[in-house]
Design a protein around this ligand. Structure first.
Ligand code: MN
Length: 748
């Protein structure tokens, strides 16, 4: 029976021929035959199966193989494995079948890919552990996985919106850092752009539009800037290309978010890249520095903004020279200088190293990194999610290099302290560390290391690891070791925490019911009782907002009950029984939340079914998602909130879409930041707009003026985004006001 139409069969064949065009020159007959065999086999195996988009499934496999061949420039074995990557997962065939037909290596890679498959696996932390295990096994598994993810992102349109957001979040959270760590900048860039586009379509389109608007002006300025450089380099007989590096929409948006600046402020930073074709007789490094000196002869460099990643490349293999110079329009311009080889590595990372066959140095680094991963994986007790968070911190390569007294070099994450370094060398050294001698100075364990430091760790037999060392550690290794030391005492912390929590609740004159505990757990975004107890027990969490959390309404009801029971002088067991009954009653009366439907946030409800996350303080009207903290309670986060992103990737199955109804009565505390030029009467005008024109209640308002520039911080009670936007646009119209923005975090 024919499972596909003629048109579909033709479509598959066309795509395959396209793919062959990309690879046929690179491989000999024997390899091409293996690839052909893999395709025919996969095509037959997936016959009749379609993707969500309606396309035959095999089109996806071909696309992944194409990315693997073209963008990652991997060899025939990887291409064969890519074509087969979903066969074991989606068809009847087994790894053993693959091994019989394509050999051990291919089977091994396909097996690895199958183990980490499941794009919508909600336990991403566990997935990461699996991924890392496969990296330490065969790095090609993760490279193919990244290609697979890229194609899934490219075809995300056919997914349901909620899934799209989930997948995009997961991509940003997991795959982007991995791509970065492997130096696959081009792929990373594309993953980022696609994720951003799906997660924040409006912002994405806005930035695209603004970029488009400025194109002409931008091109003019760039031409003007590079003209003298071009002329000079031509005079000097340098073979080069010079290009403008356009910031990605995602990185622009991120800067706007993180620094709270406008598009224009971010956008102002221009970047130019000069790629030279080096002459064979002189060292590449020398030639790059020659170009640097040509550039800084023309434009003044910013002091200490010359970055040399040629002498010591970044840990992911990146080599380049960066300098920031003052351009002709009085604006800083970043100039990157590198050779063609370095450029290739910068774009294609790991794969390029293979092509240039200079993998020895890089491989040693990678091997080093993988060794670290193995160590972490070996700690059987490590909580998968904790592990993920700690590990992610280390995926980005803001590294410094420091030295032991003997002169051995170590790469450490930026911000590492003496403790980090001590644990890096040996856990005994960490556990006993009391300080260090750095460049002849005695310094405490909390001291932050700097590039080039030479460090001698000082120890004492009396020292033991302290929990608050976690505040001063960055590296995964140190954090894991310190936590391990304390996990042994976990039960003690839980017991201690339980007592503190129970006493605190009693102090509020509220009974100790499961429902009340649940409110506290939800308020602090925790998962369960144990977590609450241990956080409190370890002193990480202070319960100073209890009266707020255990809201008035339920309090009254329960106090009444409390009094009755006590007036009747029941025995304690009986009290507990009644409590249980009430709990059950409450439990049964509150409806379970349907995960499939969007969660509607209604006003007027006493809000027992949802609470607003403290990390991002959403206000009515904003784009939000919900996290099911229990069957009947949802915690609302802003889309894009970092905490929410974490939840998306670790507990995706507990995320629901959410919408606000019109909120008119209830209001929410919001923090607004404004700045501008000080003039007489401006404060008056601001408060007039707020209270008279908009009738908004103020909690506090604070202004600071220095040298004619003022900054104001307003705490206002806002009903919804509509009101907020109206207010912001009116404030912005006041003469002298430069910028008005909302600050998500209510407390610094
Ligand atoms: Mn796939």
């Amino acid at each position: 029976m024919q499972l596909f139409t003629q048109a579909e069969i033709r479509h598959i064949e066309d795509r395959y021929q396209d793919f062959l065009k990309v690879i046929h020159e690179k491989f000999d007959e024997e390899r091409l035959a293996r690839i052909e065999k893999a395709f025919r086999f996969a095509n037959a195996a997936h016959e009749g199966i379609k993707r969500k988009s309606g396309e035959p499934y095999i089109i996806h496999s071909i696309a992944v193989a194409k990315i693997v061949a073209k963008d990652l420039a991997l060899g025939a074995t990887s291409i064969v494995a890519s074509l087969l990557h979903d066969v074991v997962e989606d068809t009847e065939y087994t790894v053993a079948d693959i091994e019989n037909m394509f050999g051990e290596k291919v089977a091994h890679i396909v097996d690895g890919l199958t183990k980490i498959s499941g794009d919508f696996d909600s336990r991403q932390a566990l997935s990461l552990k699996k991924i890392l295990t496969t990296i330490s096994d065969d790095v090609r598994v993760i490279l193919i996985k990244l290609a697979d993810r890229l194609h899934n992102m490219q075809t995300l349109d056919s997914m349901m919106p909620q899934k799209r957001i989930k997948i995009a979040g997961e991509t940003l959270f997991l795959y982007v850092p991995l791509a970065h760590r492997l130096g696959l900048y081009a792929l990373k860039h594309e993953l980022e752009e696609l994720s951003f586009q799906h997660k924040h379509p409006n912002e994405y389109n806005q930035i695209r539009y603004m970029l488009h608007n400025q194109e002409e002006k931008r091109n003019y300025l760039i031409d003007k800037f590079i003209k003298p450089i071009k002329e000079k380099l031509n005079e000097e007989n340098v073979e080069f290309t010079i290009s403008h590096r356009l910031k990605s929409t995602y990185s622009i948006w991120q800067k706007m978010q993180n620094k709270g600046v406008s598009f224009n402020e971010v956008y102002d930073l221009m970047a130019i890249r000069i790629v030279i074709k080096p002459k064979p007789e002189i060292s590449e490094k020398r030639q790059c520095f020659d170009v640097l000196s040509t550039v800084t002869d023309i434009y003044k460099p910013k002091p200490d903004r010359i970055r040399d990643w040629i002498t010591i490349p970044k840990i992911n293999g990146y080599e380049s020279l960066h300098v920031t110079v003052m351009g002709p329009q009085g604006k800083w311009v970043e100039v990157q200088i590198r050779t063609e080889r370095m450029d290739e590595i910068a774009e294609h990372g790991f794969a390029a190293h293979y092509r240039y066959k200079d993998i020895s140095v890089y491989e040693a680094e990678l091997e080093n990194w993988i060794e670290k991963i193995r160590e972490h994986l070996q700690s059987p007790e490590s909580d998968a999610f904790e592990f993920l968070n700690d590990f992610k911190l280390n995926l980005y390569d803001n590294e410094i290099n420091v030295f032991t007294p003997k002169g051995d070099m170590y790469f450490m994450p930026k911000g590492s302290t003496v403790i980090d370094f001590a644990y890096e060398i040996h856990s005994d050294l960490g556990n006993k560390c009391i300080g260090a001698k750095i460049n002849q100075n005695l310094l405490p364990i909390t001291h932050v290391l700097e590039n080039g430091d030479q460090i001698e760790i000082l120890t004492s037999e009396k020292q033991t690891p302290k929990l608050d060392w976690l505040k001063y550690t960055t590296s995964t290794k140190a954090r894991t070791k310190i936590k391990d030391a304390f996990k042994l005492e976990k039960n003690k912390h839980i017991e201690k925490g339980k007592i503190i929590v129970e006493e605190a609740i009693k102090k509020e004159n509220v009974p100790l019911t499961f429902n009340n505990l649940k409110k506290i757990i939800a308020h602090y975004n925790l998962n369960n009782k144990e977590q609450l107890y241990s956080e409190v027990g370890m002193g990480f969490l202070e319960l100073n907002e209890l009266s707020q959390i255990l809201g008035k309404k339920s309090q009254n009801k329960l106090i009444k009950y409390w009094n009755i029971t006590f007036s009747k002088k029941k025995k304690e067991e009986e009290v507990e029984e009644v409590e249980k009954d009430i709990e059950e009653e409450i439990e049964n009366s509150t409806k379970k939340i349907d995960k499939q439907k969007p969660f509607i946030l209604k006003e007027g409800h006493d809000n027992i079914d949802f609470s607003l996350a403290k990390c991002c303080n959403p206000i009515p009207g904003e784009k939000v998602i919900g996290y099911l903290s229990s069957d009947d309670h949802v915690i609302i986060h802003k889309i894009g909130c970092k905490e929410a992103e974490k939840l998306l990737s670790s507990k995706g199955e507990l995320i629901v879409t959410a919408e606000w109804t019109k909120f008119k009565k209830q209001s929410y505390l919001s923090r607004i930041h404004i700045n501008g030029f000080d003039r007489v009467g401006i404060v008056n005008e601001v408060s007039n707009v707020i209270s008279k024109e908009n009738n908004i209640n103020m909690r506090s308002i604070k202004f600071d003026t220095t040298e004619g520039i003022f900054e104001g911080e307003l705490f206002l009670y806002i009903h919804n985004t509509e009101d907020l936007n109206k207010l912001i646009s009116q404030l912005q119209k006041i003469k002298g006001i430069d910028n008005v923005s909302r600050v998500e975090n209510l407390y610094d």
